[in-house]
Design a protein around this ligand. Structure first.
Ligand code: ZN
Length: 258
């Protein structure tokens, strides 16, 4: 449910944060900021997260797209009645207006669109202002496509410092990595080897239930994804989006203001 934001002037007067003129996110672990009045949304979780709250949940995530295999992948998800989360870059494999149709299609099919920064940099190499700009640019790209500002992000390469996470939380983002990596980004493993990694990981599904994949690789989108879905279903696990997995908001009502 959307609640009204507190006024930007009020935030400006009362908050000593890295940004002004923007509603503050609600944080679970925010005692150090307990004196700061904040809006009721987005609901985020602080720190760097790697797993779903429910060990019977399984979160399918795709990074770095959209790209030429994404549309067919969304068709597969629709057919299998599976919802995933796409951590997208506004300027990576594809840029400009091409990304809009895929993001819209994924969103309308019930998957979530989350941020993976605009140009896929290693976040610790950036200044705070540069990080803000990356997140701002990607928010604008996503808003253009689906009319929503994302409230979940994954740092490229999983690279992030504690200070980066604090900043991203303050910008209204839950920060999440993964707990299963099939290493499709190495482009070395066969589909069988990738499935073996998943089978091994799911021996302890409480610790391994967010899978990192990349829809920019043909093998992942066309061959691995259908087999993975079949296997995860056979284990009786429930596919969830990132917001369901983590118990946070997928989107926020206002974007970053530079
Ligand atoms: Zn990436």
């Amino acid at each position: 449910m959307m609640m009204p934001s507190i006024s930007s002037a009020f935030v400006f007067l009362s908050a000593c944060t890295v940004f002004v003129a923007q509603a503050l996110p609600v944080m679970d672990n925010s005692s150090k900021r307990s004196n700061i009045p904040r809006a009721s949304e987005p609901h985020i979780r602080t720190g760097l997260l790697t797993n779903c709250q429910n060990s019977r949940h399984f979160a399918l995530t795709f990074d770095d797209g959209p790209y030429e295999y994404t549309s067919a992948l969304i068709d597969l998800l629709k057919k299998e009645k599976v919802k995933a989360t796409f951590f997208i870059n506004g300027n990576n494999y594809w840029s400009g207006s091409e990304i809009n149709a895929d993001l819209k299609k994924a969103y309308r099919a019930g998957s979530e669109i989350a941020s993976h920064t605009f140009t896929h940099p290693s976040i610790p190499s950036l200044t705070d202002d540069q990080i803000k700009k990356e997140m701002y640019n990607n928010e604008q790209a996503i808003y253009k496509a689906i009319g929503k500002y994302p409230a979940v992000m994954r740092p490229p390469y999983g690279d992030v410092t504690d200070a980066n996470v604090d900043l991203l939380n303050n910008l209204g983002y839950t920060v999440v990595k993964w707990s299963i990596d099939i290493k499709d980004w190495e482009e070395v493993n066969t589909v069988s080897q990738e499935l073996a990694i998943v089978k091994d990981a799911l021996k302890d599904s409480a610790k391994h239930n967010i899978i990192l994949e990349h829809d920019v690789y043909k093998q992942t989108a066309k061959e691995f994804a259908p087999k993975l879905i079949k296997y995860v279903k056979s284990q009786g696990l429930t596919f969830v989006t990132m917001s369901e997995c983590l118990g946070v908001d997928a989107y926020k009502s206002s974007g970053i203001e530079l």
